[in-house]
Ligand binder design. Structure first.
Ligand code: SF4
Length: 366
C-alpha cells in the first residue's frame, strides 16, 4: 500500500479512532491481507472498519453462499459519495453474494413524513435508476429489491422482533423522547428485520450476512446483533457482519449533503455542472503559488484528491504519482483540478448515456 494514500485514522473531520475504541469496530486493515481480490476502496482505507468481517472473507474468496443487505431510504438526492456503496455491491455480487436491497419507505414515512407514493417514485427515478446506471445489475437472479411497505415477510418479522425490544433500549441507542411517534420508533425494528430477513427459512435459513454502511448507521447494526441473539434459539440467526466506510468530504470541506447543492455533486447533475463543481472544490493547496512550489500541497486535506481516491482513478500507480507530485510541488492545484474535472465530466457523460435505459429497467422492478 505504501504510505502515499490517505490515512483514515488521521482524518480531520471524523475521529475514526475514537469510533473504533468506543464502539468496538475493528480496523479493516487487520483483515485486508486475507482478501484475495480486494476492492480499491478497501486497499485505500476508504472502508476503514468492520465487525466480524473475517467470517465473510472465506466465503468471498471461495464464491460460497452469503448475503449482503444494503438499504436505501428515499429522502433526498443521490450524490457522488453514494457511488461507493454501489461499487461495493457490484463487488459482492461478483463474489457470489445474494444482494437484498430494501427500500426503506416505512422509515422515510415514520422519520421524515414522506408519503409512500412519493417514496416509491423517488426510489425508482433517483435511486434504482442510478444504481443501474452505475453498473449494478438489479435484474440478476441473486438480487432482491423490495419496498418495506409492500413486503409482508419483512413486516411480519419486524412485528415479531419488536416483542423483545422495549422503549428504553431504543431510547438508549437513538435518544428517542416520549413525544417520538410510534411509527418513528418502529422504523429501526423494520430495518433490523431487513437485515435478518435473508436468514429466515423462506430465504434459505441461517447464513452469514454483511452490511456495508457508513459509521452513522452503526446503531442499527448493534441493535440488530442484540436482537439476533434474542431470537437465536428460534431462527438460528448468525449476528450480521458489517463494514464501515468513510464519508466523502463535501465540496466546501464539510459534510456532503443530499439537500445542499453547494456541497455535493448529484448523480443527476449534468456533465457540465459536475465539471464546474469539481473546479469549485476546496483543495489542500497553499496560500500562494510560490509557497506551493516550495512546500508542496496537502493531498490528505484535499477534496479533489479524495475524489480521485474514491472514484476517479483505479490505477494505484497513477494515484501515487498525483500524491507525490502534489507533495513535492510539481503539480499545482489549477492543473490538478482541470484534470480531475475532466475525468468527472467523462464519468458523468457515461452516466447520462445510460440514464434513459436504466430508468426503464428501474420502473419494472417495483
Ligand atoms: Fe489537491 Fe491536486 Fe492541489 Fe494537491 S495539487 S492540493 S491533490 S488539488
Amino acid at each position: 500500500l505504501g504510505d502515499f494514500l490517505i490515512d483514515p485514522w488521521a482524518s480531520s473531520s471524523v475521529d475514526y479512532d475514537k469510533l473504533v475504541n468506543k464502539f468496538g469496530i475493528k480496523k479493516f486493515s487487520s483483515v485486508l491481507k486475507d482478501i484475495e481480490d480486494p476492492l480499491p476502496l478497501m486497499k485505500r482505507g476508504v472502508i476503514f472498519g468492520h465487525r466480524d468481517f473475517e467470517k465473510i472473507i472465506p466465503l468471498v474468496n471461495k464464491n460460497k453462499e452469503f448475503a449482503v443487505v444494503s438499504g436505501m431510504m428515499p429522502s433526498g438526492k443521490m450524490h457522488i459519495g453514494h457511488k461507493m456503496v454501489v461499487d461495493q455491491l457490484k463487488w459482492y455480487l461478483k463474489k457470489g453474494g445474494n444482494l437484498s436491497l430494501p427500500i426503506a419507505d416505512m422509515e422515510s414515512y415514520g422519520a421524515r413524513g414522506i408519503d409512500f407514493n412519493q417514496a416509491k417514485e423517488m426510489a425508482v427515478t433517483e435511486y434504482l435508476s442510478n444504481y443501474i446506471a452505475l453498473g449494478l445489475d438489479l435484474t440478476d437472479e441473486n438480487v432482491l429489491v423490495y419496498l418495506q411497505s409492500e413486503h409482508n415477510p419483512v413486516k411480519n418479522l419486524a412485528f415479531e422482533l419488536s416483542k423483545k425490544t422495549n422503549f428504553n433500549e431504543l431510547k438508549a441507542i437513538y435518544g428517542f423522547s416520549p413525544s417520538t411517534s410510534i411509527s418513528h420508533l418502529y422504523a429501526p425494528i423494520v430495518q433490523v428485520a431487513d437485515i435478518l430477513l435473508p436468514q429466515i427459512e423462506e430465504y434459505g435459513g441461517p447464513k452469514h450476512v454483511v452490511v456495508p454502511v457508513g459509521v452513522d448507521q452503526d446503531p442499527h447494526i448493534r441493535l440488530t446483533r442484540d436482537i439476533s441473539d434474542k431470537f437465536k434459539s428460534k431462527y438460528g440467526f448468525i449476528p450480521p457482519s458489517s463494514t464501515y466506510h468513510r464519508f466523502l468530504t463535501g465540496l466546501t470541506g464539510g459534510k456532503m449533503s443530499s439537500s445542499d447543492p453547494k456541497t455535493a455533486i448529484y448523480l443527476n447533475d449534468s456533465p457540465k455542472e459536475a465539471e464546474k463543481k469539481v473546479k469549485s472544490a476546496k483543495t489542500g493547496g497553499r496560500e500562494s503559488l510560490e509557497e506551493q512550489k516550495k512546500l508542496g500541497g496537502c493531498p490528505d486535506q484535499c477534496v479533489v484528491y479524495e475524489m480521485l481516491v474514491y472514484h476517479l482513478i483505479d490505477d494505484d500507480a497513477e494515484l501515487k504519482n498525483v500524491y507525490e507530485n502534489c507533495k513535492n510541488g510539481t503539480l499545482l492545484c489549477g492543473e490538478c483540478k482541470t484534470i480531475t474535472a475532466e475525468k468527472m465530466k467523462k464519468f458523468f457523460e457515461k452516466l447520462a448515456d445510460k440514464r434513459e435505459k436504466s430508468l426503464e429497467i428501474a420502473k419494472t422492478l417495483l
